[in-house]
Write a protein that binds this ligand. Structure first.
Ligand code: ZN
Length: 566
């Protein structure tokens, strides 16, 4: 099935050189170029130590933490199988090839958990594998077509249908050629049984009742595929050791979008940022009452916000550890749980900090003059991210259009994402200034937060403006620039202190008003005019090619050292 891997493993294109190159020198050159090209792809992820201080944890919690890491590690082999059934055999072959080229390919395989490059539209970088990942990943036997699947599902009873289309069953072709839904607990028993044991051991060690309950119920779910109780326990988790472990996201299943991939985020609660968040939450109604728009659009009593946890990551596995590193997530996804219990947002503070240090600081070198770079700091960066999250809950969500109550989402349609992200960004910045002026936050923040925010704009726009965050950021940048809050200085951008405050308030007000009015036309005009990349910005973006795209994390607390392929 997988042929000649150790001999000609790379399918990176190097022009016409590989094809029919009779001359040994040309062939060698092509091989070197192909290896260099693969190395460049690997280097887009910069190896980064991710760790946290455990000194504040009692011994019981430290021991429980280590046990949950043990459970987390068992999800890696499951996830490899979920990405592609061929991964197990392929990995053995790649691992056996200890030539420099072989090591390079194996490194890329581990970064992507599979032979397809996630940053390159899933193109294969290993010879002898399908050009792209099968749509059904490893969740469905590879010869099952969507038509066959749908026809089969139509014949099932209600409960069988729920299993076949649910999160926690793979679909296999049985001996009799008929399709069958196999529960995860059976399909991955080899790994889930010991993982459940490790979770139970951790539950016995911890003295925190909410963690104990989550670990016990999740261990049960690993063995019986019923995740409801443990999802509820996860929503109620309030513990210094904060654990997210199980089958969650369905992105990997491109056939039906229904099968959940296993992953683990083993983290500890960050007490400083948790306290900051609490302080901000207490100010939210007052911020709403002063939003820079017509008072008639302000909400007299804002709704309860989904809970937010700020944590530091000490280990991840499975889907959480492939391609671009997750810095925040919202879970659970099961509608039954979210309908009853809502969802929770978890923010990985030290991951954000690592991205800030390895990427944002390098972007600052390109975007702003040397004299301003010391103003770009992690604290204002993360404080703004926290406020961004809170500001999603401010402003109108239910405008009245022609006397009929509707929602911002329904009114703004495909523009809603970009505008909502821009609202959270710019209103977050406005709110921080409001709290500084009110004396709640230190005045020193004023010096650093605008500069840090300006550089952050480029981080988002760097990957294109087709996606909501990037487009929303381009909108903010150009709007503020046109109001004179930024100016160009020898090709780089500087913040104009006398102008930035008012410009931020004006933009925040404009977006909030568009949402409150539910005006699609105004949203379209605003994004059309400003949600673009103008030449001076593009020039700077072009200079960022050698800056890493993201991190390749490794976790000393889990006994890991820096990844190398050479
Ligand atoms: Zn957001």
């Amino acid at each position: 099935m997988i042929k000649g891997l150790s001999k000609c493993g790379i399918v990176v294109m190097v022009g016409g050189l590989l094809a029919g190159a009779g001359d040994a020198a040309i062939a060698k050159k092509a091989k070197d170029a192909a290896e260099a090209a693969l190395q460049t792809k690997i280097d887009r992820f910069v190896p980064t130590e991710i760790t946290a201080s455990l000194s504040a944890l009692p011994d019981s919690e430290k021991q429980a933490l280590m046990k949950t890491i043990e459970a987390g590690k068992l999800l890696d082999p499951i996830y490899r199988r979920q990405v592609w059934l061929g991964n197990v055999e392929l990995e053995k072959k790649l691992q056996a090839d200890t030539t420099p080229k072989g090591k390079l390919i194996y490194h890329a395989f581990k970064q992507n958990v599979g032979p397809w490059s996630r940053l390159d539209e899933g193109a294969a970088f290993v010879d002898g594998v399908p050009a792209h990942k099968p749509k059904g990943a490893g969740f469905y036997s590879e010869d099952i077509t969507k038509e066959e699947l749908e026809a089969w599902i139509a014949t099932l009873s209600k409960s069988d249908k729920a299993r076949a289309t649910g999160f926690f069953h793979t679909i296999r072709r049985g001996e009799d050629k008929k399709l069958v839904a196999v529960p995860y607990s059976k399909e991955y028993a080899e790994f889930l049984k010991p993982a459940a044991q490790a979770l139970n051991d951790a539950a016995d060690l911890t003295k925190n009742d909410s963690l104990k309950k989550f670990l016990k119920t999740r261990a049960e779910a690993f063995l019986n595929d019923d995740y409801y109780d443990s999802d509820v326990a996860w929503m109620e988790l309030d513990s210094p050791v904060d654990v997210t472990i199980g089958p969650y996201e369905t992105y990997e299943d491109e056939l039906m979008g229904s099968k959940a991939a296993f992953e683990a985020f083993i983290t500890i609660r960050n007490e400083v940022e948790t306290a900051k968040l609490k302080k901000f939450s207490g100010e939210l109604q007052d911020i709403e009452d002063h939003l820079p728009m017509d008072p008639k659009y302000r909400i007299a009593k804002i709704g309860a916000l989904a809970p937010i946890r700020v944590v530091d990551q000490v280990f991840t596995s499975g889907e959480a550890r492939r391609g671009v590193t997750t810095a925040a997530f919202n879970l659970p996804n099961d509608e039954k749980v979210t309908a009853e219990k809502g969802s929770k947002r978890v923010m990985l503070r030290n991951v954000q900090e690592a991205k800030f240090n390895k990427i944002l600081k390098r972007i600052a070198e390109v975007v702003i003059p040397a004299k301003d770079r010391e103003l770009v700091q992690f604290d204002p960066f993360f404080t703004h991210i926290l406020m961004h999250e809170l500001c999603h809950g401010l402003g109108a969500t239910a405008p009245k259009v022609n006397g009929v109550e509707t929602t911002v989402r329904a009114q703004l349609k495909e523009l809603n994402g970009a505008l909502e992200e821009a609202k959270a960004d710019i209103t977050g910045l406005w709110a921080l200034q409001y709290l500084i002026d009110k004396g709640v936050l230190d005045k020193s923040l004023e010096k650093t937060m605008y500069e840090t925010y300006l550089v952050g704009t480029f981080r988002s726009v760097r990957f294109g403006i087709n996606e909501a965050h990037g487009k929303g950021m381009a909108l903010q940048f150009n709007y503020l620039w046109d109001l004179g809050a930024y100016k160009l200085e020898k090709g780089r951008f500087v913040v104009v202190p006398g102008k930035i405050k008012d410009a931020v308030a004006k933009l925040s007000g404009e977006i909030l008003t568009i949402q409150a009015e539910g005006s699609y036309d105004k949203a379209k005009a605003l994004l059309g005019k400003y949600g673009v990349v103008r030449p001076p910005m593009q020039k700077l973006l072009d200079k960022m090619k050698s800056i890493p795209t993201d991190l390749e994390p490794y976790f000393p607390i889990a006994g890991e050292t820096a990844p190398v392929s050479r």
